[in-house]
Design a protein around this ligand. Structure first.
Ligand code: GLU
Length: 279
């Protein structure tokens, strides 16, 4: 039985990562205009986070994809003029600095460290760091219980940094390149818990392959203010803020959260005010 479980989970993760790899080849930056009118706009998203940013054989889906598509439209680009690029947690600042993408919508928390290198529009979602554990594990009842555990998070994420700095400094923290890699470890017992934003974890827990096998702690350990990353000094920041304000006021934001977080039963926070970072 155990083996069957592991195999099914591994197959899902493999399918996710195979698709991501097959489609993750980097095109040359053709200098597409970021102010509208150019033939394409390059947008960085996650490829392996169901409900947030996911690449499947059917295409791209998730809340970040819908937000990015709305912004692109306001900037003058139709959906078929968007080139989606995978931006893993550790790659985001570099991709913006190099000009690989025009903007990034990838569960990207605004913080001081990152703001030294890039600018952020938004915030457009408030999430909270949480943990995902196996459904039959009752040993993690509070964040401090993590101190004796093998904990997985992703290189370059605020989640990994928070664990080391304050949440559970004594935890055996293992940093993987993607959250889907952590998921495999959680299923096969290599790690005890996966920690990142509840918005991401809810998406994983609701996948058919994991239903009833994984559960969230519900700890709300931090505030993660999701922003749209742009190159430092870019005039896109103001334009994207205008687009985000419109997305909220015309009801599209609400539609997008319901569509993407409803299936995972994720209790999202109300739309943040632009420029209002919750500490
Ligand atoms: N929101 C957190 C961050 O920006 C965790 C999710 C992620 O790695 O994308 O680091």
């Amino acid at each position: 039985m155990k083996l069957r479980k592991v195999t099914a989970a591994a197959a899902v993760v493999l399918a996710l990562s195979t698709v991501a790899t097959a489609c993750g080849s980097d095109d040359k930056n053709d200098g597409g205009s970021s102010s509208g009118g150019g033939k394409t706009i390059k947008i960085g998203i996650k490829f392996d986070q169901p409900g947030i940013g996911q690449k499947t054989p059917q295409g791209y889906s998730g809340f970040d994809v819908d937000v990015a598509t709305y912004i692109a439209k306001q900037l003058g680009y139709n959906a078929n003029q968007i080139e989606w690029k995978e931006s893993k947690s550790a790659d985001r600042e570099t991709m913006l600095q190099r000009g690989d993408v025009d903007f990034i919508a990838a569960s990207y928390s605004i913080n001081d460290e990152r703001q030294k290198k890039v600018d952020f529009a938004g915030p457009y979602l408030l999430a909270h760091q949480d943990v995902l554990v196996r459904a039959d594990d009752n040993s993690i009842k509070s964040p401090s219980d993590l101190n004796s555990k093998k904990l997985c998070s992703v290189t370059g994420s605020t989640s990994a940094q928070n664990v080391k700095d304050k949440l559970a400094p004594k935890a055996n923290l293992q940093k993987y390149p993607t959250y889907s890699a952590c998921l495999t470890g959680l299923q096969n017992g290599a790690i005890d818990a996966l920690t990142t934003d509840d918005s991401i974890l809810a998406g994983y827990a609701s996948q058919a392959a994991f239903k009833g096998k994984l559960k969230l702690g519900g700890f709300k350990m931090t505030n993660e203010n999701y922003g749209i990353g742009v190159k430092k000094g870019s005039d896109l920041k103001a334009k994207i803020n205008t687009a985000l304000e419109k997305m909220v006021s015309d009801g599209s934001w609400k539609q997008a959260v319901e569509k993407n977080f409803g299936p995972a039963n994720y209790k999202y926070e109300p739309a943040p005010k632009i420029g209002n970072i919750v500490q």
